[in-house]
Design a protein around this ligand. Sequence first.
Ligand SMILES: Cc1cc2nc3c(=O)[nH]c(=O)nc-3n(C[C@H](O)[C@H](O)[C@H](O)COP(=O)(O)OP(=O)(O)OC[C@H]3O[C@@H](n4cnc5c(N)ncnc54)[C@H](O)[C@@H]3O)c2cc1C
Length: 403
Amino acid sequence: MEKSMKRLVIAGGGFAGFWSAMSAARHAMALGVRDRLKITLINRDEYLGLRPRFYEACLAGTRVPLRHWLVPLGIDLVMGEIASITPASRRIQFANGSNVVPDIIYDQLILATGSRQTYPDFVERDRVFSVDTFAEATTLDQHLRALAARGFPTPASRTFVVVGGSFTGLEIVTALPSRLEHLAPSAPRCTFHLMERAAEIGPGYAPDARQYITRRLQHLGITVHTGQGGLRHEKDQLILADHQRLPTETVIIATGFAASPLAAAFGGPRDRGLGRLAVDAFLRLPGHPEVLAAGDISLAITDPDHHAVMSCQHAMPQGRTAGYNAVNLLFNKDPLPYAQPRYRTCLDLGPGDALVTAGWERHIMTTGPEAKAIKTEEILNQTISPPTDIAGTLAMASPAATS
Ligand SMILES: Cc1cc2nc3c(=O)[nH]c(=O)nc-3n(C[C@H](O)[C@H](O)[C@H](O)COP(=O)(O)OP(=O)(O)OC[C@H]3O[C@@H](n4cnc5c(N)ncnc54)[C@H](O)[C@@H]3O)c2cc1C
């Protein structure tokens, strides 16, 4: 590598990392400095995982090969598990495994290693399921297929429990009845239970939205158990707060996320509970101007009153801003501030139904088939899936592009 080459390294190839890479390549071309910039993206595997689709019945197409975009744009893909980052020497070290990767040095780093599912103390990891990663979603899918193939012979085999009554748990549980019916149309009736620690399900939603969700759960025959702070899990049994025993072979955990443990490599303020790294208006880490953070690992300010939430909606625009800013910082230009005042959510509620909310209060904007079309046709099939053509992707990679 020529000495004058600048090294931009992007850690993580999820939504934030992918759009950082696209934005950096686009902006470097626009500035005429692409031949003086080496861009490297590091990811565990060769895929951009479309996490919001991992609760779906069909997992085909829920991850896309990064090389499709990286190779034509001359971006290097390094596959490996980052074990640690040493900020003082700007060095990234990898875990030992079958794939030995030498250390990588950066001039500018975009930290975008995302988040991962957290598990409550009462569960043993290898006896519960989740949809956090493609591998975990695949394991759940295989389990459901195996139960269907056995014909759901016992009460435990036909009882399905989702723990966590927020966004992800609601999407999983409302998809399950039709998913199982599709797998085994003539099998005995299954039962579905949703466990929530709080007094109400959908704790982050406004009252109108919570009422809508509650009615939908009733309509689908899903039993809601609130106030379940003290669950216990014994072999094929979930023991509820009131000591009721629920025989079940399927406990799916959806109790929330925490920022990637690589956040701990950098000092500085982090938010309680989620462990995200506070960043300035330009997504830089305080005390580390050579590091930007984007996506679920970043505690970014969206407007004067709010921080970003862990969502694609925020990870993608943050990536676009981080990529742009990384190039500007490397070539002595001013970075752009990140701002994203508009906020909406779109919750899948099973066949033919969804709930779209607008604003930070999360009041209902629309429901039913109209909301379902926004979820499936707009968000899952378009917004979060990068266009297959490179020019179209680059056109969307500007920080000015909407989420
Ligand atoms: C089931 C589910 C449903 C969701 N639904 C929605 C939704 O409807 N709308 C919405 O906006 N958001 C939704 N989200 C949240 C959304 O998926 C995340 O906010 C988003 O993925 C964050 O993007 P990211 O790039 O920051 O992190 P990630 O998508 O987590 O990507 C991080 C990447 O870094 C890699 N990585 C991590 N650590 C290392 C390491 N040590 N070494 C190498 N590589 C590493 C990972 O493999 C991954 O590829 C959902 C999430 C889940 C799990």
